[in-house]
Each structure stands twice: as C-alpha cells, then as structure tokens.
Design a protein around this ligand. Structure first.
Ligand code: ADE
Length: 269
C-alpha cells in the first residue's frame, strides 16, 4: 500500500514537471547578448500578457488567432509589461532592486531588469536616467493620464424596444518611435470603481526575431512559438518612452518608477 502511495506521489511530481516544462514558453525571459538586452516573448499565449494584434486606424488594434493568421508587418505584439513583483520567484526578477509600496516589499521585474541590464551594457546612460527622474518629479497630479476624464454620452431619446443607448469614450495615448510604440489606455478597474492606466509596449512583427536571431519570417505562429525583441542603442528611444509612459500614467506608477530608477543608479555606483 505504501509503495503504491509513493508511486502515486512520484507520478504526480512527474506530471507537474511535464506541465511546467510545457508552459515554459509563456515566460517572459530577459538575457544579455552582445550589445543587446534580448527579451523572449510568447506568440501564442492569447489569454496572457502578450497578444498578437492587427494594426487598426484607431490605434486599439484587433486581436487575432496567431496560429491561423499569416503574421506580417501589419501585425504587432501588444505586451502588458510589468516592472515589479512581490517575490523573487521569476526568472525576470532583479533581486538587487528592492523597494516598498504601501508597506509591501517589491522587487524589480521585467522593465526594471531591462533598464538595469541596458545601463550596464551602455545602451542607456546614467544621464538618461537622471534626466528622466527629474522630468518625472515635475509632473503635476492633474497631468496623470489616470486623472483624464472618461466621458459617457447618454442619448436623450431611447433606442428601439425601450433600451437606452450610452457610449463611453476611453482615452488612449500613444508615443511612436521608429522601432515600436508605447500606449497608455484607460481601462475600467476590475475589482474597484474608477479607471486605471494600463501601459502596453507594442512591437511590430517585422521587428521581432526568430530563435536563431534572424528576422522572423512572415507566417502563422507555430504551437508554443516564442520570439525575441532586442533592446539596443538603435532603439533606446523606445525604452525611454516606456519608462516615461509609466511616469505619466498615474501617481503610483510615477512614484514606483522614480524609486526603481533611483535604486538602479545606486547599484551601478
Ligand atoms: N503595473 C505593472 N505593470 C503595469 C502595466 N503594464 N500597466 C499598468 N499597470 C501596471
């Protein structure tokens, strides 16, 4: 009986390992290559933080089924990039960057790691970061995108069958650079009243690389396919635009990003 129990435990452990290995492609991984901070992103995790969208004239983009669509330069990856995490369990954490928000400990993650590595490999300079901190300090509370008003237009005459129509206008702010763009979108909060400013990094499909480091060829995504995006000196304006987007998105993001940039500067002294 005991033997069966032990075998069962072993089997469960193995199944768990296999499952974890299968889901590994969903992880955002950040590594250093010569002169680039290389980010690995999943192409087919349609419910996760990285989605494939088709460009649209309104800038919001249309989500697509990546394995059923030939992905060319009209498509882009919309990445809800993070910058902090409450523990050190992720491969994209920077344990050296530790800060407190509302009396909870946070560690630098994703964007923080990209900035940390980009500074060490001279893709951006300490002066870039000092200038950014100065500019973030000068933003007035009324200027945060989260404080922009969301208009709801309610029509005066009721629509067909007694239903009354109303239209919400949700603001979106986009900064475009030659190798990608960053957006701030106001979204309804999921578990509270009000709106929150979400920051998305948008990477055109013709800017991403296959696993061998060559430009990814047009075509539908393969199952569990991952791609690379390289942050280099050539596109450092995108990295600075992402930092600035968080700085103008909300008071909380502004404070967090100032703390993170301060810590990154401290660790390189
Ligand atoms: N907090 C951490 N990452 C965020 C993002 N991309 N948008 C909004 N809030 C965030």
């Amino acid at each position: 009986m005991k033997r069966y129990f032990l075998s069962l435990i072993g089997l469960l452990f193995l199944a768990n390992q296999v499952f974890a290995a299968n889901a590994d492609y969903k992880l955002v991984l950040i590594s250093m290559t010569n002169n680039a901070v290389r980010v690995r992103l999943p192409l087919t995790d349609v419910t996760g933080k990285v989605r494939v969208k088709e460009k649209s004239s309104d800038g919001f983009g249309l989500p697509v089924a990546p394995m059923k669509t030939s992905l060319n330069k009209k498509f882009y990856l919309e990445w809800q990039i993070g910058y902090d995490i409450p523990n050190t369990n992720s491969p994209s954490v920077v344990p050296e960057i530790k800060f407190i928000r509302n009396s909870e400990t946070k560690y630098g993650h994703e964007l923080s790691k990209i900035i940390f590595e980009a500074l060490r490999s001279e893709i951006i300079s300490t002066n870039d970061l000092i200038r950014e901190i100065d500019s973030l300090k000068k933003i007035l509370p009324s200027e945060f995108e989260e404080n922009q008003s969301v208009q709801v237009e309610v029509s005066t005459n009721s629509a067909a069958d007694g239903f009354q129509s109303a239209i919400q206008r949700l603001p979106q702010f986009t900064k475009t650079t030659p190798h990608g763009w960053v957006q701030i979108q106001l979204k309804q909060k999921q578990r509270a009243v009000g709106y929150q400013a979400m920051v998305y990094v948008c990477l055109p499909m013709n800017e991403v690389l296959a696993m061998d480091g060559s430009q990814r060829k047009t075509g539908p995504a393969k199952s569990k396919e991952t791609v690379y995006y390289d942050f280099t000196r050539a596109n450092s304006d995108l990295l600075l635009a992402i930092i600035h987007a968080f700085g103008i998105a909300s008071q909380q993001h502004n404070e967090d990003i100032q703390k993170i940039l301060g810590k990154i500067l401290e660790t390189t002294r």
